[in-house]
Design a protein around this ligand. Structure first.
Ligand code: ADP
Ligand code: MG
Length: 236
């Protein structure tokens, strides 16, 4: 097969960190559970995208990641599939709160993530709830009360529900900050910091961003521990 270096060169992947594992250049080489491979096949995906190929093996080592890649590069499954595998290892009681938390800037994006999570986990008995503003709280709270392994949320709505003490984040051990640059542009930094204070420090944190300005570097430095950085394309 292709060496890690030539695959990275071919797909404009740059990495920084200690002992970065080789990318998964095919689904077959990923070692993912059969039900996940089946969903990838059902979706018509022939190969991992570059961000998936490189971030999957890193995430499976339970390491923190900063991934910088533009829109449409397949970041969602980049963090969802390792999140499913993380959940299988933990087997927490979802009634006591989520194990996986994904923060997303908008209702629309959060809903898309939720849809992809439901689709790819349908044969895995994983429950997933989406919390976003601009919609009444009671239905979201009722769904939450039924138990959710994965919560996908916008920072504003999750913060409201935290203040109402209707969710505990003490069980979260896999945290994703999706579109981190956009969340900061929208002014969500205080809510993000409040939310993260409720999550145990002993966790895996993955940050996905399209750009890498100093505000994003700052929050990455504060919230992630010794992350591996993965860049796709010509981003400084
Ligand atoms: P991003 O979050 O980077 O903007 P998405 O995760 O939304 O990108 O993925 C963009 C599109 O690519 C989605 O329609 C998704 O289903 C599709 N996709 C994801 N992974 C693959 C793959 N390995 N092969 C082909 N298409 C994929
Ligand atoms: Mg995305």
């Amino acid at each position: 097969g292709l060496s890690a270096e030539s695959y990275r060169r071919q797909h404009e992947i740059t990495v920084s960190g200690d002992n970065v594992p080789a990318p998964f250049t095919s689904f077959e080489s990923s070692g993912f559970p059969a039900e996940i491979l089946r969903e990838a096949q059902n979706a018509g995906f022939s190969a991992p995208t570059p961000i998936q190929a490189q971030s999957w093996p890193i995430a499976l080592q339970s390491r923190d990641i900063v991934a910088i890649a533009k829109t449409g590069s397949g970041k969602t499954l980049g963090y969802l599939i390792p999140g499913f595998i993380h959940l299988k290892r933990r087997r927490n009681n979802s009634q006591q709160g989520p194990t996986v938390l994904i923060l997303s800037p908008t209702r629309e994006l959060a809903t898309q993530i939720q849809d992809e999570a439901v689709k790819f986990s349908r044969s895995s008995r994983i429950s997933c709830t989406c919390l976003y503003g601009g919609a009444p709280k009671p239905p979201q709270l009722r769904e939450l009360d039924r138990g959710a392994d994965i919560v996908v949320a916008t920072p504003g709505r999750l913060n409201d529900i935290l203040e109402m003490r209707r969710i505990s984040l003490r069980q979260v051990s896999y945290l994703v900050l999706d579109e981190a640059d956009r969340m900061l542009d929208m002014g969500f930094e205080p809510q993000i910091r409040t939310i993260v204070k409720e999550i145990p420090a002993q966790r895996q944190t993955l940050m996905y961003t399209a750009t890498w300005p100093k505000e994003v570097r700052k929050i990455a430095a504060d919230l992630l521990v010794n992350p591996v950085q993965v860049n796709i394309g010509n981003i400084d």
